[in-house]
Ligand binder design. Structure first.
Ligand code: C5P
Length: 275
């Protein structure tokens, strides 16, 4: 597997071509940004913390029937992924009112959403990611009604799985953002799921365990990210959530190590390297 030229640079990740057809390398950089890039810094190890959290979560989701772009880790911050044609939607699932929900609507912070609320924004920095609705998504030809229904269903399934995974570590999943892309006719979960893209609260202390620590100068961001990665990946992971159809299905391995070991890796030459 050879890394080739740079394909795309985002605010915190770079994407490279490879010599393998349909496979790309995502490099998680140490850049951190907030407020549409208005605040930015470089924080040592940030890329590897987010890469490790994302890799663990993608593998957990795959084991539970969610199609993701994850293939394998090539090092602490380099992830081999399936090449996708990204759909420019930011799909945000909210379990609890916080952040822009509280800024833009008359919700009190901490209000529980049951069922969870899905908000979909148009991914376009120059327009400040405006919120869309189903009609706009279809009119803009970003997704067909059928695809949109599938995306929402998958987003809720991912939410249920993540709530369970994190609750087992004493962490409340307040909200998170995901992105999807197409490979042929199949829609896969792409991008990342990390402390940058989830809002996490400690169940006991209610302290922020995510990018809000950086956004609002709440403390040592990297110490927080490091602790969260350890909590997510090093301890027991919960058993598979019951499927929506009620059918019994294979359980995810009980421990993080077993989860990593059990994932089928298409490229055998480069095993997951530990930081
Ligand atoms: O700011 P807001 O409350 O709308 O963010 C909701 C969730 O989506 C948060 O977890 C935030 O970190 C994430 N998000 C993101 N990327 C964006 C916007 C929001 O990861 N561009």
């Amino acid at each position: 597997m050879k890394q080739k030229g740079l394909l795309y640079t985002g605010k915190a990740k770079s994407v490279y071509r490879t010599d393998a057809k349909g496979q790309l390398i995502v490099e998680f950089r140490d850049d951190i940004t907030a407020f549409d890039g208005g605040k930015k810094d470089q924080l040592k190890n940030k890329g590897s913390y987010n890469a490790e959290a994302s890799a663990f979560i993608f593998q957990y989701l795959e084991k539970n029937g969610v199609k993701t772009h994850f293939l394998e880790m090539l090092g602490p911050r380099r992830m081999l992924v399936r090449e996708l044609s990204m759909i420019p939607l930011e799909v945000i699932v909210r379990n609890i009112a916080a952040g822009s929900m509280v800024r833009n609507y008359p919700f009190k912070e901490g209000t529980k959403f049951k069922p969870p609320v899905i908000v979909i924004d148009y991914k376009d920095d120059s327009r400040h990611d405006p919120m869309l609705n189903d009609d706009l998504i279809v009119a803009l030809k970003l997704a067909t009604p059928k695809e949109l229904a599938a995306i929402k269903k998958t987003a809720l399934k991912i939410n249920a799985l993540l709530v369970k995974l994190l609750a087992a570590q004493g962490i409340t999943l307040v909200d998170f953002k995901i992105e999807f892309g197409r490979a042929g006719k199949t829609i896969y979960l792409g991008d990342e799921i990390s402390m940058d893209s989830m809002r996490l609260w400690d169940m006991k202390t209610k302290e922020s365990l995510d990018k809000d620590v950086y956004r609002f100068d709440k403390g040592d961001v990297m110490a927080t990210y490091n602790r969260v990665v350890k909590r997510i990946t090093k301890t027991e992971s919960p058993k598979r959530a019951p499927s929506e159809t009620g059918r019994k299905s294979k359980e995810v391995p009980a421990t993080a190590t077993a989860l990593k070991a059990s994932v089928k890796r298409p490229v055998k030459k480069s095993p997951v390297r530990k930081r």
